[in-house]
Write a protein that binds this ligand. Structure first.
Ligand code: URA
Ligand code: SF4
Length: 209
């Protein structure tokens, strides 16, 4: 079975990983996408945040979280008191999966096989960065990393045992907040997201002291 593992260089740096990922053919998703959207942020990042896959805007620009969900994420981390310079941003799947409907490109969830194929990139990123905290955004990222039985609704904002980082936690995906019906629901969803990120900020502070 093909996967990104056939394309990940053995011992290397983040820039070299990014370069190799640009040529990845580990699954079929590269065919319909504009480009690989690799992770971005400082090598010494204390936090790695992981989304599902690039969206429409990310696919065109080539950078993670630059679209509407990314804007919301940026506001939330600021409100939670996390610094941008501490965060490396990436996704479980590095190509935009979608279907074309007229002029629109509609997001499609990556399936288990595509997630399995792509995680060697995330593993390599985590290995190079060695973050103190891993924050999984939404069910796709959480279940890809923590297993199919993980439930974001029940377990969000708590720290779970994992070999991937000293502290590992999951929260909602910012896109889910954008899908809220009505202002009140959206505000509540945003507040919940910020609350989970404050838990991360507190835990980081506790480790530093
Ligand atoms: N949603 C994600 O999960 N990742 C992005 O990079 C953008 C939107
Ligand atoms: Fe490679 Fe991942 Fe893109 Fe599939 S989605 S081609 S595994 S980078």
């Amino acid at each position: 079975m093909t996967s990104a593992a056939d394309f990940v260089p053995d011992r290397t740096t983040l820039p070299a990983l990014r370069e190799a990922a640009a040529e990845c053919r580990g699954c079929d998703l590269y065919r319909g996408a504009t480009q690989t959207v690799f992770g971005e942020g400082p090598r010494g990042a204390r936090i790695v945040m992981v989304g599902e896959q690039p969206g429409d805007k990310e696919d065109l620009v080539g950078r993670p979280f630059v679209g509407p969900a990314g804007g919301l994420r940026a506001r939330a981390i600021e409100e939670a008191g996390l610094s941008r310079g501490d965060i490396y941003l990436t996704n479980v799947v590095k190509h935009f999966k979608h279907v074309v409907r007229g002029k629109r490109r509609i997001h499609r969830k990556p399936d288990m096989e595509e997630i399995r194929a792509c995680t060697p990139w995330l593993d390599a990123e985590l290995e190079r960065i060695g973050p103190e905290v891993l924050v999984l955004l939404g069910a796709t990222a959480a279940q890809a990393i923590l297993g199919r039985s993980f439930r974001v609704t029940r377990q969000r904002g708590t720290f779970v045992e994992s070999p991937l980082a000293p502290l590992v936690t999951a929260t909602v995906h910012p896109s889910s907040i954008l899908r809220s019906r009505g202002d009140a629901e959206r505000r509540a969803a945003f507040e919940g997201f910020v609350r989970d990120l404050r838990t991360v900020a507190r835990a980081l502070k506790a480790r530093a002291s």
